[in-house]
Design a protein around this ligand. Structure first.
Ligand code: ADP
Ligand code: MG
Length: 283
């Protein structure tokens, strides 16, 4: 079966001649969680904008379920039903007078009946925990609330793939965790961009490394993140959990496990429980 989305040798150049994507080939499978990691300027946002048809690559092809994306109006409308993007900056996405209109905008445009639009918009607002804000102007919401409204306005279309551009950037730890819990509960394929290596390590099924518009590496998180040299080339770093785990193994503090732990909690669980009444001392 063809991948849900596939890019073949995609090149994108901005008007000033910057090559933001350079013959990039990548696919997104149904239901998978793909983390796109790369330093600032590596091409993550450009890739997303190409995927939802806002930018048109100079060369290469983008297919949805094996069929090339059609660039006429009907084709792009069809694409946006299936692939939704949550922009890094919610202000770039929100423009309606109140939250309800914002969330209802997409389905209304698709010509869904009034009752159906209302039911779907309410469901999306509940899922993103913004229902209580439905009469408010998006402009006056907090940054985290705006992000959730932006997510609702995309989720309402029930897309098969969701692209989150740096979803936790600018959020405090509690809201970042809530955002990741929300993303974790989605059934659709999710591709998120981030330069938070620990987040990518803990969350993704697959990781793709971008540098200057080139795909440097891709694969499952343990194999991508053990390659410190490639990460360094991409101006990235190994996840803290992985570094601590390796260090503790070298110091014979931990036995070797087939799969490295992918979160601090999973790492701590590798230590034997202290004897009853005893305290847990490592050194
Ligand atoms: N509108 C634009 N005009 C010219 N160059 C741009 C524009 N937007 C982005 N770029 C350039 O394209 C490259 C990729 O940018 P971007 O996709 O925003 O990267 P990322 O999202 O990984 O930070 C960078 O070199 C950036 O400076
Ligand atoms: Mg970006």
């Amino acid at each position: 079966m063809a991948p849900l989305i596939s890019l073949h040798e995609v090149t994108y150049r901005y008007g000033d001649g910057t090559t933001a994507l350079n013959r990039l080939s990548l696919s997104i499978e149904r239901g998978e969680r793909l983390a796109l990691i790369g330093a600032n300027g590596s091409g993550k946002s450009t890739l997303f904008l190409c995927l939802i048809g806002i930018l048109k690559p100079a060369e290469g092809s983008i297919c949805f379920e094996g069929k090339p994306v059609q660039r006429h109006k009907a084709g792009l409308l069809e694409l946006r039903k299936k692939v939704g993007m949550i922009f890094q900056d919610p202000d770039a996405q929100l423009f309606c007078l109140d939250v309800y209109q914002e969330v209802a905008f997409g389905p209304s445009n698709l010509g869904w009946g009034r009752d159906m639009v209302k039911a779907k918009a309410e469901e999306a607002m509940r899922r993103t925990d913004v229902y209580h804000l439905r009469d408010k102007a998006p402009h006056f919401l907090s940054y985290g609330q705006k992000k959730r409204v932006a997510a609702a306005s995309v989720l309402v279309m029930e897309p098969e793939a969701l692209l989150f551009d740096e979803p936790t950037a600018g959020l405090d730890p509690q809201h970042a965790k809530e955002m990741m819990d929300f993303i974790g509960g989605l059934d659709a394929a999710v591709c998120l961009s981030t330069h938070d290596m620990d987040l990518a390590f803990g969350w993704a099924d697959r990781v793709a490394v971008l540098k200057d518009g080139n795909l440097l590496a891709q694969g499952d998180p343990p194999s991508v993140f053990k390659d410190a040299e490639t990460l360094e080339k991409a101006a990235l770093y190994q996840p803290m959990t992985l570094r601590l785990y390796r260090f503790m193994q070298e110091q014979n503090l931990l036995p070797h496990t087939a799969c490295p732990p992918r979160s601090v909690d999973a790492l701590l669980k590798l230590f034997p429980s202290p004897p009853a009444g005893g305290s847990r001392r490592l050194f």
